[in-house]
Design a protein around this ligand. Structure first.
Ligand code: HEM
Ligand code: HEM
Ligand SMILES: [Fe+2]
Length: 466
């Protein structure tokens, strides 16, 4: 990494484009996707702190009336989905030109689409404030906004599709495009409201489960493969071969694994077996991914060129294993899920999995792309690594505290058969612990955001390889 850095020309935080760092001018659209995504992540966490306060203390009714739990919870989870998707889109716009070896088909479309998604997000948040919601968790936004989401997604797919069609085709691009099309198609199944609630939940999971355990895994595989090739210089053929195997396994286990959500919704009994067996096997591709990432490092002659990006990439693999693999497996068999279903055990897994797999994946891309977009080649890596550890350990702490609250809840309500409030009273202490770790999550994210935007080119002799 001995390229010379370009002079940073004031403006909006981006330096003059260094063609060695950012080979295609249109890659720069990713910058605003990343900045908006990071800002929304901060907002999501601030709202999360309010949720923890609502559990940890008894709040006066007058305040609850203004900031009810249901409304703020919808804001917290919808912000999560929005920033992760914006991050994926920015990542896609950054990666596609380098892979396809051509500029993005239309830069204006890319910006229009960003503005559209932000506008939809703002409208949705304001709407929640006025009780304008569908009420189905994670898919709360009202139907008219759903149609706008579809329009935005079509613009995005058209733009990326045309770029790939006109450019060089690689396995990474195929995987990425496949994942994105799958992701968009699934969203449509969650749009109608089915009068029969069993049917409604059946399709609700097509979005929620098949996104995080299907379509998003394909996007992850593609982005991680791109970054691994860049920072380790390992042969593309080697990375691609494992990409195919892991993806096939992800799809095979993840599709039928949807059954782990059909145990208690009134679906046929067969799902107890299908869901239990296939979702337990979902751990295999995750373990394969971790082994594969470490194996990449041990390839002959590999020199890690970017310590920060590598730390985040390894963090993604391990976070995936802990949050999705281990925490998911812990409650996926019907014999366990019968007790833990819908408790804080679920919320614990939700946090560890979303953060470990998808928040860290986005940060891996942010740390690869943003310094380059800002014209920075070498910077002191210690603050970035500090940000990684503060965020990750704090999320682990929060997840464990929620997990303890969940086990207490399960035991008191479902084994001892005591009332809801009896359990809540015992859980309050653990939500104070959740709040404690929540403050550190906010701190870790602020450190990372600030450093991503301001890291300066280090003097040649003082520079550590980032
Ligand atoms: C990165 C991938 C994953 C993410 C982001 C994720 C996230 C989530 C979230 C947010 C929920 C709560 C949904 C709700 O009820 O509102 C959930 C539920 C669940 N997840 Fe995952 N998950 C992932 C992978 C897995 C895997 C691999 C397994 C199994 C090995 C698993 C097992 C479960 C089970 C059994 C439930 C239902 C819990 C209940 O009955 O309340 N998850 N997941
Ligand atoms: C200050 C940090 C945070 C706090 C205090 C916090 C707190 C909470 C609380 C109390 C809930 C409601 C659980 C329930 O319905 O009983 C929730 C839901 C959720 N949060 Fe957070 N959160 C934080 C950060 C995050 C982060 C970093 C992520 C992911 C990257 C995340 C993802 C989620 C998800 C997926 C749900 C829905 C879980 C489910 O359906 O079971 N949160 N959060
Ligand atoms: Fe699932």
């Amino acid at each position: 990494m001995q390229q010379t850095a370009t002079v940073r020309a004031g403006g909006i935080g981006m330096g003059v484009r260094d063609e060695k760092l950012v080979p295609y001018a249109s890659q720069r659209v990713a910058y605003w996707y990343f900045v908006v995504a990071l800002a929304l992540f901060v907002l999501q966490i601030v709202v999360g702190l309010w949720l923890a306060i609502s559990y940890a203390f008894t709040i006066p009714q007058s305040i609850v009336d203004v900031l009810p739990f249901g409304m703020t919870r919808a804001m917290h989870t919808n912000l999560l989905v929005l920033w992760l998707l914006l991050g994926f889109m920015g990542g896609t716009y950054y990666l596609v030109p380098e892979e396809a070896e051509r500029e993005i088909y239309s830069v204006p479309i890319a910006y229009i689409q960003l503005v559209a998604f932000v506008a939809i997000g703002v409208a949705a948040l304001i709407g929640f404030g006025f009780g304008y919601t569908q009420g189905r968790p994670l898919l709360e936004i009202p139907t008219p906004l759903d149609f706008l989401v579809v329009a935005g997604a079509l613009l995005f797919l058209f733009n990326v599709g045309m770029t790939v069609l006109k450019g060089k085709k690689t396995a990474i691009l195929g995987m990425l495009l496949g994942g994105l099309v799958f992701l968009a198609l699934l969203y449509i199944f969650g749009m109608p409201f089915y009068r029969n609630l069993t049917i409604d939940w059946f399709y609700w999971w097509w979005v929620v489960h098949l996104w995080v355990e299907g379509a998003w895994e394909l996007v992850t595989a593609a982005i991680l493969a791109f970054v691994l090739i860049k920072v380790t210089g390992v042969n593309r053929k080697v990375v691609e071969k494992y990409l195919y195997i892991e993806t096939a396994l992800f799809l095979f286990t993840g599709l039928a694994g949807t059954g782990h959500h059909y145990y208690w919704i009134g679906a046929p009994r067969t799902w107890l077996y299908v869901g239990g067996i296939f979702s337990a096997m979902e751990v295999l591709p995750i373990v394969a991914m971790v082994i594969d990432t470490f194996r990449t490092q041990r390839e002959k002659g590999v020199v890690i060129k970017d310590k920060v990006v590598w730390t985040f990439a390894l963090g993604t693999a391990i976070g995936h294993l802990v949050g999705a693999g281990i925490w998911g497996f812990a409650h996926t068999l019907p014999q366990v899920n019968y007790y833990t279903h819908g408790s804080q055990v679920t919320a614990s897994h939700g946090h560890l999995a979303f953060f470990g797999a998808y928040a860290l994946l986005n940060f891996t891309m942010f740390w690869y792309a943003l310094p380059r977009l800002r014209g920075v080649v070498k910077f002191k890596s210690s603050t970035a690594i500090l940000g990684f550890w503060v965020m990750s350990l704090a999320v682990l702490g929060l997840g464990v505290a929620m997990g303890v609250a969940g086990v207490l809840q399960t035991y008191i309500e479902r084994i001892m058969g005591q009332g809801f409030m009896t359990a809540q009273a015992q859980m309050q202490f653990w939500f104070k612990v959740v709040l404690f770790f929540g403050v550190f999550i906010l701190l870790g994210v602020l450190i990372s955001f600030w450093h991503l935007m301001t890291a300066r080119q280090a003097a040649e002799d003082a520079a550590e390889t980032p």
